[in-house]
Design a protein. Structure first.
Lengths: 165, 243
């Protein structure tokens, strides 16, 4: 995947995102629309890892979320595992070391995670699910993508990410 | 679920503690430090006793409660989670070590939040009024109307409630505040649920369904009170907003 030094750098960024999830989110207003830093950490890792590793990371992130809500236990595990695997696979098709592609990955990944979660959850009617997906899920996907872009811009030199569009 | 409880108690304990601290700081800045102060160290409480008492009274006024509930209760912080169904359940920072037990009623600023579903040593998970399986028997302040409140989804991005099975001959004026009736054995009588906004469905000659604006918007809840002892009626605790 990467050299030894870059592995540590990526690990530090991931740790920062995990900390932000638990420390910064309470400050970011309505929890329905605030960025999901755990998901961002997963996507950040997935586009730099092999599909198997990314799927395992998705499983762990999903387990963490499911343990915290106990709403449809397993739905989060499924959604995050799929997201991790697909994004890791997707890097072979796209070029993740690009600002716009990164932003697109984060936006689509966050929205599709919600879609998969709601489908697996099964508690909401079709109409309620549609409202959720076109309103709060979309807002959350945008804020997560914006947060992802900020992370990319802040660490672009450290992680040698190309920001040219 | 043992796996979830294990993950929360061991793997996530430091992270939840971090989130807990962040919530504490944010709460202080928003002048909602009273409930936090209840669990602060005795040194801080002694140093700031007068200030804390004033803040305590202010917060209790904000949440629509009297300065003291007539029942044994504990206060906890809500840790909001980043899930699309995050309002269905709330993670609360107090648990069995504080006397919290399953089915204990949970109240927030202005009224009913839900009830406790599962309890660990330091955390508890509450099912809220937004959960699709939530139901509560409801009535007016004078007991004239009766119905069942349930979440209403699929009509917009924001969650509302529906008051169902109200007898057709009983007309409920818009703006009427509805309360828990005490039937069912989970919630005491007299906890505000919400305010009637409109009629959304009529079964000619049989019953009406009303749209209800929840008394407690879940995304704005930072602290809740959990009732630990049984009490038949809390009508006197909540100020009557009336229509």
């Amino acid at each position: 995947m990467t050299g030894g030094a870059e592995r540590y750098r990526i690990a530090l960024v991931l740790l920062l995102l995990v900390l932000l999830h638990f420390v910064a989110r309470p400050w970011l207003g309505d929890s329905r629309g605030s960025p999901d830093f755990l998901l961002l950490a997963l996507m950040w890792y997935a586009i730099r890892a092999r599909p198997g590793s990314a799927a395992i990371a998705g499983f762990v992130v999903g387990l963490i979320g499911d343990a915290l809500t106990q709403e449809a236990f397993g739905a989060g595990i499924l959604a995050h595992t799929v997201i991790g695997y697909v994004l890791a696979w997707g890097k072979a098709v796209f070029f993740p070391e690009n600002l716009l592609v990164n932003a697109g990955f984060f936006l689509v990944g966050a929205w599709v995670r919600d879609l998969l979660f709601l489908l697996a959850d099964g508690h909401l009617s079709i109409a309620a699910m549609a409202w959720q997906l076109v309103s709060w899920s979309l807002v959350k996907a945008v804020t997560t993508a914006v947060a992802g872009i900020v992370v990319v811009l802040v660490f672009r030199r450290w992680l040698e990410v190309r920001t040219a569009t | 679920m043992p796996l979830a409880a294990g993950v929360r108690q061991f793997l996530l304990a430091p992270l939840l503690e971090l989130q807990h601290r962040a919530e504490q700081i944010r709460s202080s800045r928003a002048d909602f430090a009273t409930v936090v102060a209840e669990r602060d160290s005795s040194m801080l409480a002694a140093a700031l006793l007068e200030t804390l008492q004033r803040e305590n009274e202010r917060l209790r006024a904000i949440v629509g409660l009297r300065s003291r509930l007539p029942v044994h209760h504990v206060a906890g912080e809500v840790l909001h989670q980043a899930r699309p169904t995050g309002e269905f359940t709330l993670l609360i920072t107090i648990g069995g070590n504080n006397g919290v037990r399953p089915w204990a009623p949970v109240i927030g600023p202005g009224g009913l939040v839900g009830h406790i579903q599962t309890v660990d040593g330091k955390t508890a998970v509450a099912v809220t009024w937004a959960h699709p399986e939530f139901r509560a028997s409801a009535t007016g302040l004078d007991g004239a109307l009766a119905g069942v409140v349930e979440p209403r989804t699929g009509e917009g991005p924001n969650l509302t409630l529906a008051l169902r099975y109200v007898p057709y001959l009983v007309e409920v004026p818009f703006g009427t505040m509805i309360y828990t009736s005490g039937l069912g054995g989970v919630y005491p009588r007299g906890i505000p649920i919400g305010r009637v906004l409109d009629v959304v469905e009529e079964q000619e000659g049989w019953s009406r369904t009303y749209l209800v604006e929840p008394a407690v918007p879940l995304t704005a809840v930072s602290h809740v009170l959990i009732l630990l002892s049984e009490v038949p009626d809390l009508s006197d605790v909540f100020a009557s907003p009336g229509p």
